[in-house]
Design a protein around this ligand. Sequence first.
Ligand code: AMP
Ligand code: MG
Length: 411
Amino acid sequence: MRSVEEYLAHVLGQLAPMPGFDVPLAEAQGCLLANDVVAPLDLPPWDNSSMDGYAVRMADVTGASPEFPAELDVIDDIAAGYVSGRVIKPGTCARIMTGAPVPEGTEAIVAVEQTDRGTRRVKILAEPAEGQYIRARGSDVATGQHLLPAGTELGSAQIGMLAAIGIARVEVHPRPRVVVISTGSELVEAGSPLGPGQIYESNSYMLAAAAREAGAVAYRVGMVHDDEQAVLAVVEEQTTRADLIITSGGVSAGAYDVVKGVLSQLGTVEFEGIKMNPGKPQGFGFIGGDFSSGTPIFTLPGNPVSSYVSFEVFVRPAIRRLRGVTPERRAISQATISADLTSPGGKTQFARGWVVPSGAYGLPEVKPVGGASSHLLAGLAQSNCFIVVPEDVTEIKAGEQVDIMRFGAAS
Ligand code: AMP
Ligand code: MG
């Protein structure tokens, strides 16, 4: 049996970032740049004023003060968006607004607060420093400058930057389209009445939400009965739109574990047990081809907690690999455990926990939540991390240091 790390490396080794794709800027949020962005223009594109005030020559305002103001003719009124054709000559100035191009001859801007706000003649009440309040052309961005390297994640600030240099479409590694298929003849869609022996289907909601948290575009496909041909038909149909398929259920040793039954015959999906708890039965491979041409598929166990742990530990890194994001894995950090915990030997255990920051110093404190069984969804929903217990550890005492892995919206 492979360890968690070995299996994850095995899976990631078969996946690569999706090729670059040209998208409208507004849809690029959260995606990674496929190419370097080189500035096509200067920002500011011309010298402009950073204040509402007056564009002046230095010689005219030397020594200006409230007692001895300099008095100048106002020869133009320059709003943002307007280019003045006038030149500032001795004895003259122009009123100018923030963001407007400074006229020729300007040596400084005097803020409106340091004048009498005149519109034909103006009194200047203070001597400016040379160049004051003039934002030089290219002082933010210079034409040809390498602004953002390939691989940059486009957050709000980067999107603002790209818009500012006039980029309407940008080549990014797209968000993978992830299709989630649940299998099980006992499953009923939330909102419908439950019959005898039936339960509400929850994994597809959970996994689709987790896929979105990982940066994918996720689609839920209604549940499929435990029927080999039905499962195969749905999986094959979804390859046309999916960049990644996730199934849940039907991979254990039961008589109706049809996912394993039908997909193992294809020869491109491998099923194996992993040294972990929960989440032992895993399947990964490709549908409709091999790793170069097919659609990658994860077949996760059906128990909700097993499904969730499997997603967080294997599928989330795979989605991040397709997006080109590194590191792919969740961060492991340390916490002090507040109660005893036991663990089966020989397997990495992902126990549920609630971690809270400690005071100013010291590690955060984590409390185990719920029991070890993989059907305990309530405990999962009341947790914010996994307590990761290594294969060779079977007992942990309160007060000891443990590894934790935050999940959900945490990064
Ligand atoms: P399986 O892996 O198909 O043997 O399912 C294991 C357990 O998880 C069974 O108790 C199932 O009823 C339950 N289960 C499987 N799929 C789902 C699902 N999509 N939503 C909720 N529970 C499920
Ligand atoms: Mg089942």
